[in-house]
Design a protein around this ligand. Structure first.
Ligand SMILES: *Cc1c(COP(=O)(O)O)cnc(C)c1O
Length: 403
């Protein structure tokens, strides 16, 4: 038997979670699209139905392909338990709705993902759940708010799109002191760069749609944790609520995850190179990348992350007008509302992560209208830098002529 638990994370990405699901000597986990699972033995059926015996009953609850996906994520995050969802937003909303009740309070940061921010500003208040937004990176404010009493600390680090960093360990300690549940969205970092459970988080969430899958061809979400009763509660909410991952998506995500370590390392390398180049450009006002020594939370990033990830953003002079000219000139980039794919993907924050917000709301979050989010792909770094260089040069020339 292979000792997967002791293996390095790149090895786990390839091997973990699969062997229980292989059949007929196949070396790959099969897609099992069956909606229901049949039993000739009524007693066995009953035992599986009440959870006394391992097995599957109905696809909304569990499915073998989907479970293999969950098992691989568990191995990568070093978690005891996990459950999956149709999308990342389903993972987030199901987790919030499982644990929060009228009168409860959540402490979070201003820079969460746009959809998450909508849950906090629009949906939770309808249930009389209070959400307190702290300045991202202001640990003192987070601690002060937690000390007033709180049910859940919800973090995302690095954030979307300005890649701000929050100290997970420090914040989790303050949350634990008041008995608050600590939830971390680890989508941007990936388990290759950061494992929040080791830093004190109770639950770790991913939009598997992004880096875990990595090929922009399947939607999915997942929650993992070490306290299986917490995960069990979320699973119970989801099996009834019905935001179940599709087995075909699970297969694609599972296959994508095999190369997670390779991809994420290459993406981080490319992001570092591109960030350094952008810092030297006259058209660029500011560059946001946790790997840059100029990043305000660079030290915390060095402490809690093993790599700085493939995400960066930069603000261009001339705002939206410059963005409009610049992005179409990139040859090797998809202009799309996605991230974490093997192809470099770009988009303005106002059209992608924070399209749900008004310009005023974006300004309040420190998101300039001329902000471009870049998710670096696995192309050759030289080509990516050269591509941005030619696009910036062409736009600089154009703006100079017009000006
Ligand atoms: C995309 C994303 C989500 C939402 O995931 P979906 O799969 O699109 O529902 C949540 N958090 C972060 C950080 C994301 O980037």
């Amino acid at each position: 038997m292979k000792k997967e638990n002791q293996a390095q994370i790149g090895t786990k990405a390839v091997w973990a979670g699969e062997k229980d699901y292989l059949v007929h000597g196949a070396t790959q986990v099969p897609v099992i699209p069956s909606v229901a699972f049949g039993y000739d033995d009524m007693d066995e059926w009953y035992d599986v139905a009440i959870g006394k015996k391992k097995g599957h009953i109905y696809g909304r609850n569990t499915n073998p392909t989907v479970q293999a996906f969950e098992d691989k994520v568990k191995a990568l995050e070093g978690a005891e338990a996990g459950t999956s969802f149709s999308t990342g937003m389903a993972a987030i909303s199901n987790t919030l709705y499982t644990f929060l009740f009228p009168g409860d309070k959540v402490v979070t940061i201003k820079d969460t993902y746009g959809g998450t921010n909508k849950l906090f500003t629009e949906f939770l208040p309808k249930l009389q759940i209070e959400v307190v937004f702290c300045e991202t990176g202001n640990h003192q404010q987070i601690e002060e708010e937690l000390q007033k009493g709180c049910n859940m600390l919800y973090l995302e680090t690095p954030t979307n799109p300005t890649v701000k960093i929050t100290d997970i360990k420090r914040s989790a300690e303050a949350a634990k002191a008041v008995g608050a549940l600590v939830v971390v969205d680890n989508t941007f970092a990936t388990p290759i760069n950061q494992t929040p459970l080791e830093l004190g988080a109770d639950l770790v969430i991913h939009s598997a749609t992004k880096f875990l899958g990595g090929h922009a061809d399947a939607l999915g979400g997942v929650v993992v944790g070490n306290d299986s009763s917490l995960v069990e509660s979320i699973y119970h909410y989801r099996e009834i609520n019905g935001a179940t991952m599709d087995p075909w998506a699970a297969y694609l995500l599972l296959r994508g995850m095999k190369t997670l370590d390779l991809r994420v390392k290459r993406q981080a390398e490319n992001a570092g190179r591109l960030a350094e180049f952008l810092e030297t450009s006259d058209l660029v006002e500011s560059v946001y990348y946790p790997g840059l020594p100029t990043h305000p939370n660079h030290e915390i990033a060095c402490e809690q992350m093993r790599g700085f990830g493939g995400m960066l953003s930069f603000a261009v002079k001339g705002g939206v007008e410059t963005v409009r000219e610049l992005l179409p000139k990139l040859e090797y980039a998809n202009r799309a509302a996605n991230l974490g794919a093997v192809e470099t993907t770009v988009g303005p924050a106002r059209t992608t992560s924070h399209v749900e917000c008004t310009p005023e709301e974006r300004a309040a979050m420190g998101i300039p209208e001329g902000l471009i989010r870049v998710s670096c792909g696995i192309e050759d770094g030289e080509d990516i830098v050269a591509d941005f260089k030619q696009a910036i040069e062409a736009v600089s020339l154009l703006l100079k002529i017009e000006g």
